[in-house]
Ligand binder design. Structure first.
Ligand code: SF4
Length: 181
């Protein structure tokens, strides 16, 4: 009997190695891990952190309250088998790189590929909140945390480092994610 992962490889036509090789040679990528979606953690408290504590809340269409709730995101994640968690260098434009990688993987046959970045969207000086129609919908993607993903737990589940930043001397760890198939 075929495992879930074997089935998804056949569906997408891409092995873990092919995806890893493709992503690892991208500028700004420090490391890549491919994990089952069951290792990605969603939690209700993540939304609370966006709403009370982040000045990006309600300021762009890829942030809450416009993004999927943690429950909706859990359902989305459960409709995939594999995700790729990507550790980026600190100076990398994660949002732009993630959507380029999403496209590269999509064009190789993973038709469900969808990227999630980190932080608010800065593609426009002012977000198109009034009309609710994103000016760059083909490139704007939400952050993981904007969709209720607990990035700390998920990164640690993938074996990546991530710590609470206590002062400006500490170097943060930045991640992006691509839902593969
Ligand atoms: S691309 Fe522009 S309109 Fe779309 S979410 Fe980003 S800032 Fe808003």
């Amino acid at each position: 009997m075929r495992s879930k992962t074997q089935k998804s490889v056949e569906q997408a036509g891409l092995s873990d190695k092919e995806i890893r090789d493709l992503v690892q040679r991208t500028k700004g990528v420090r490391a890549v891990r491919i994990i089952p979606t069951s290792r990605v953690v969603t939690a209700p408290w993540v939304r609370l952190k966006c709403q009370f504590g982040c000045d990006g809340y309600g300021r762009c269409l890829v942030c809450p309250p416009f993004t999927p709730t943690p429950d909706q995101m859990r359902a989305v994640l459960d409709s995939y088998h594999r995700v790729m968690l990507i550790h980026f260098d600190t100076q990398t434009n994660i949002k732009a790189t993630i959507v380029d990688l999403e496209r590269a993987i999509f064009l190789r046959g993973a038709w469900k590929a969808f990227g999630l970045g980190a932080g608010p969207c800065y593609f426009c000086k002012r977000c198109e909140l009034t009309s609710g129609r994103c000016r760059h919908a083909e490139r704007a993607r939400p952050a993981m945390e904007a969709c209720g993903i607990d990035v700390f737990s998920s990164a640690r589940n993938a074996g990546f480092p991530i710590e609470v930043i206590r002062n400006r001397r500490q170097c943060p760890n930045y991640y992006g994610m691509i839902l593969v198939d």
